[in-house]
Design a protein around this ligand. Structure first.
Ligand code: FUB
Length: 463
């Protein structure tokens, strides 16, 4: 993937050279180190956890090639920490699918985290963890949704209403729900058909379209995102297709009836043939996550999650939102560089990959000369004297240049990395850093000879 990306980023880099003293403005897509799709943001404890599906670098059989689910987190909406793959198809010992890890959603209840996942062709299942970043385990050893239409059982979305009732919606091209029991891993079998309620799809509820068979239908296709805000229930979804756009409906009750409200993100050129939205409020702002194909240059099975900030209208309606390259440029918190900062906390990067998971540790890898990563809104306070980094190298090593704002910005310091005897043989290296105070974006620019230089685990400043 990186070599394709390099061409894309070279265009950005040329731009960066021209505006060497300006910060990099592009924040979309959110993740540049791999392909991500089907965003499912969760706000918990002052942090946004962004769960995604994951399009593999190598597409098999010209179809979705998806093995695991990933998680990223942010306290500021511009720097995202990579927690790696937090669950995968291997979590489900009872089935033997090797592809089909589609759109997830995670929710917290009573200190436990429930990750609802579809496995294409195997219906919807649930995993549970004590931590938002896993490890997740399978609490029931079978699929959760016991339906007779498992191929249509994709894209679970879950919310807990004001009375503490959890509702799980899902489906393509139908829309179904269950009332989850308090344990979040079973549901009330007394309603609908063995607990599953099928939503009536009417033009009043989901807009009208003429189907490929010439028959009237609704615009609803897939990717529902269900939530409550100010006493109104929202159902955001991918509509029509292909390509899909994003529409929404609202209701006064979690069970409907739903009223169609129109489009909120139109089809545009750099979007993929699918789209899939997740919406949150965080630190007083509203954000919509979606996916596009910007990193893969128009390959619909290699998608990337992007995000836009938006404002609800006074009546609770959602305006039409334009997907942008800039994304969210305003951070809602500053980053403290005097604590260890994971190297995989990235606002923007070029040429890099990450490896590992949050249990064993995630680190930045695939570092070659000229690659860089940017971290935004770093609060230097009254200034630092020293920069420290944890690195490992089985090759000749290289250098980390610490630059202000962008890869060509003012040089604040340089750190030498030597061979440490192994790619996971971590050592802490140090250098002096020029004293600057206040809040700045910084770039780590990696320099050296041919091939991979070193791995990078964390960094920090010292006063
Ligand atoms: O990512 C696989 C599928 O594509 C999802 O389940 C749908 O929502 C669409 O995004």
């Amino acid at each position: 993937m990186n070599k394709i990306l390099n061409t894309f980023y070279k265009i950005l880099l040329v731009g960066a050279v021209v505006v060497a003293t300006l910060p990099i403005k592009a924040q979309n897509p959110v993740v540049q180190t791999c392909f991500t799709a089907d965003p499912a943001p969760m706000v918990y404890n002052g942090t946004v956890y962004l769960y995604t599906s994951h399009d593999a670098d190598s597409t098999a059989n010209n179809f979705f090639t998806m093995y695991d689910w990933r998680c990223y987190s942010s306290k500021d909406m511009v720097n995202w920490t990579d927690h790696g793959a937090v669950a995968s198809l291997k979590n489900f010992a009872w089935m033997n699918k090797t592809n089909g890890a589609w759109a997830p959603q995670c929710i917290e209840r009573n200190g436990k985290f429930y990750l609802y996942v579809p496995i294409h062709g195997e219906g919807i299942s649930v995993l549970v963890s004590d931590s938002p970043t896993g490890p997740f385990t399978d609490p029931i050893g079978k699929r959760l949704i016991d339906s007779d239409h498992i191929w249509q059982d994709i894209d679970p979305t879950v919310a807990i209403d004001g009375e503490g009732q959890a509702w799980l919606y899902w489906g393509n091209p139908g829309l179904w729900y269950v009332r989850l029991n308090e344990d979040m891993i079973s549901y009330d079998r007394s309603i609908g058909r063995n607990g599953i309620v099928s939503i009536e799809m009417t033009p009043e509820s989901f807009g009208s379209k003429t189907g490929r068979d010439g028959k009237p239908g609704t615009t609803y296709t897939e990717g529902p995102w269900f939530y409550k805000r100010n006493n109104l229930y929202y159902m955001i979804y991918a509509a029509e297709g292909i390509p899909e756009y994003i529409s929404y409906s609202t209701a006064n009750s979690p069970e409907g009836p739903w009223a169609y409200k129109g489009q909120i993100m139109k089809r545009t050129d750099h979007l993929a043939f699918t789209n899939h939205a997740g919406v949150i409020d965080f630190k007083g702002n509203s954000y919509i996550f979606y996916h596009d194909q910007a990193l893969s240059i128009n390959q619909g099975f290699k998608r990337s999650v992007s995000v836009e900030q938006f404002s609800y209208n006074a009546d609770g309606s959602i305006p039409l939102i334009t997907p942008t390259k800039e994304g969210v440029t305003k951070s809602v918190a500053n980053l403290d560089p005097y604590q260890e900062v994971e190297a995989e906390t990235i606002a923007w990067s070029e040429g890099l990959k990450t490896a590992g998971n949050s249990q064993e540790g995630v680190y930045v890898t695939n570092i070659e000369s000229g690659d860089y990563l940017q971290v935004r809104s770093v609060d230097f306070g009254k200034g630092a004297k020293t920069f420290e980094a944890s690195v490992a190298s089985a090759s000749q090593g290289g250098k980390i240049e610490i630059r202000r704002n962008n890869p060509n910005g003012e040089l604040l310091g340089t750190i030498d990395v030597k061979n440490t005897g192994g790619w996971l043989n971590w050592t802490t290296v140090k250098s002096n850093i020029k004293k600057i105070n206040g809040i700045h974006d910084i770039c780590f620019v990696f320099k050296g000879g041919e091939g991979e230089l070193f791995n990078f685990d964390w960094w920090k400043l010292k006063k």
